[in-house]
Design a protein around this ligand. Sequence first.
Ligand SMILES: Nc1nc2c(ncn2[C@@H]2O[C@H](COP(=O)(O)OP(=O)(O)O)[C@@H](O)[C@H]2O)c(=O)[nH]1
Ligand SMILES: [Mg+2]
Length: 369
Amino acid sequence: MRVGIVGLPLVGKTTIFNLLTHGHVETSAWGARAEAHIGAAHVPDAKLDRLAEVFKPERKTHATVEYVDLPGLARGEGKAALEGQPKEMGAYLTNLKNVETLLHIVRAFEDPAVPHSEGSVDPARDMALFELEMMFSDLAIVEKRLERLSKDLKKVRSAELETENSVLERFKTSLESEKPLRELTLTPEEEKRIRGFTFLSAKPILHVINLGDADAAQIPHVVQRYGLNRFVSEHRSAVTAVCGKIEAEIESLPDDDAAGFMADLGLSESGLTRIIHESYALLGLISFYTVGEPEARAWSIPRDSTALQAAGAIHTDFERGFIKAEVVAYDPMIEAGSYAAARSRGVLRLEGKDYVVQEGDVILFRFNV
Ligand SMILES: Nc1nc2c(ncn2[C@@H]2O[C@H](COP(=O)(O)OP(=O)(O)O)[C@@H](O)[C@H]2O)c(=O)[nH]1
Ligand SMILES: [Mg+2]
């Protein structure tokens, strides 16, 4: 999974990037206009930890998430792109091209030492403002492409161009009424026609409210406190919260110390875990596992994937030569402690390619190429 960290300047994007990747990128109260940072993080996974304890493989391999920390997109920059002054917009969008989802960092912390680009702390206002900038940037792309298409369609008629044209017309209508593109549903054919573009407002978005250092108790209540219902009810949009600065400090401590600090703050789950779990839920991802002598490993796939698709997530050979999947659900596998025991207890199932993989399944693929 690849995640883009976006937001207004000086809201804590780099601080939260450090929290997620255990990174040490310098943050500043002036918001130096820097290039993008890229970092990876393990997906914390209690089931994988437990499987590794029971099976004692040589290695344990977590699923990973890659984060891209971008410079802030300031007020007016999406609009400027619409008016044909793309400035750094091209580079910005290139960085987001392969990103599957956005983490939108929203400032809720008060700190007189860190100037706020809008003059005051107001999460709902900033969220609406940032959504609008994303929509302006998308509209610029849509309008430019539609202009081009209308010329091309005069020369040749092609089904592909017609489809693209009709999708982009729908996009234009949606954006002009200030509705983000993630609200629209496309057919696979329509998806294919617009795959080459990077539409920001089409990506699933997790808004992360960055609270002040003393506000940990507010974490579960940010939606009510800041009036953010709209962002929860929108399609493929969700809201969570962290205390970015202290959670980043805690994340850099040894595990035992970190647990103590978290308990002191009343936090049951680290900011990192919260953000990853919310991102998985937003994207509809589940995990399945492979265990053997050399390795216990977690894999992420979209919910409702078939055994064949799960095989393909590991290797195209597994998919091409798929014969059967030997499946044991997570709890019985932990109780059995080995494939042999699972088989003799009758909890191992032989499944075909259409089997719908369940969260926590431990799978051994039989294949032949
Ligand atoms: N008090 C407080 N300061 C923060 C918090 N998060 C970020 N900051 C400060 O805000 C400034 C900008 O942070 P940075 O992560 O560089 O923001 P970015 O421009 O969005 O990447 C830095 O001085 C940070 O120390 C927070 O949760 N609480
Ligand atoms: Mg930054």
